[in-house]
Design a protein around this ligand. Structure first.
Ligand code: OGA
Ligand code: NI
Length: 220
């Protein structure tokens, strides 16, 4: 198990403050440039080799595909045997989950992660990251893998915030390489605006339930 270095603690404190005060948090440089390059290479290779599936909506018998709602392709990652390139990211997420459990009593016991690719022209309409039949997902965590992404490339993550006066405000986030975004899975509505070039990310959910059959994740 990794020991927490001071800068990790500052990073995680910053994320907690963002989540508690703004409802979301953003950390640039969560992954270093070489780390992003490695993950991007692993993800794009697997994508080109056909390792991805069209992403659906809903779960189990409610699962369906609808390109008018969601056009990304995904590959689920085994949390116990992630691609080697993803190990630093998984490690940091585990540290983050432990820190959140200790300092925010979040009760994270499990996580699920996938690579995502949005081919040019695709999007994900406004939604919540919850399924109808489970509330296990507590925190949505997305790390972006796109170098030299500019506003004209589209693909912004748009977060919606209801205001006290009944109106609504939104925040747009560019999917920049190394940038991490996290927010409450149960309450924060969001969408991915149409991407005008291929958009890569690694997406995860920290969950407060673990299947009885699953072995525990390190420290969780
Ligand atoms: C999702 C999602 C946002 C993003 O996969 O549920 O909302 O910015 N992703 O990729
Ligand atoms: Ni989502």
């Amino acid at each position: 198990m990794n020991t927490l270095v001071q800068s990790d603690e500052q990073l995680f404190e910053g994320l907690i403050t963002g989540i508690l005060t703004e409802g979301y948090a953003l950390a640039d440089g969560f992954l270093s440039v070489p780390e992003v390059k490695n993950i991007l290479e692993a993800s794009s290779r697997s994508y080109e080799e056909g390792g991805f599936n069209i992403a659906g909506i809903g779960k189990n018998q409610y699962y369906q595909f609808n390109r008018n709602i969601r056009g990304d392709h995904i590959q689920w990652l085994d949390p116990f045997h992630p691609p080697e390139a993803c190990l630093p990211f998984f490690d940091r997420l585990h540290n983050m989950a432990r820190y959140f459990n200790q300092n925010l009593y979040m009760g994270i016991r499990d996580m699920e992660l996938h690579f995502a690719v949005y081919p040019e022209g695709t999007f994900y309409k406004r939604h919540l990251d919850v399924f109808q039949h489970t509330t296990a997902r507590k925190l949505s965590v997305i790390c972006y893998l796109n170098f030299d992404w500019v506003a004209e490339d589209g693909g912004q993550l748009r977060l919606y915030f209801p205001q006290d006066d009944g109106t609504e405000r939104h925040v747009d986030i560019l999917p920049l390489a190394g940038r991490l975004v996290c927010f409450n899975s149960q309450s924060l509505e969001h969408e991915v605006l149409p991407a005008r070039r291929r958009r890569y990310s690694i997406t995860g959910w920290l969950k407060d339930e673990r299947p009885l059959s699953a072995p525990p994740l390190p420290g969780l």
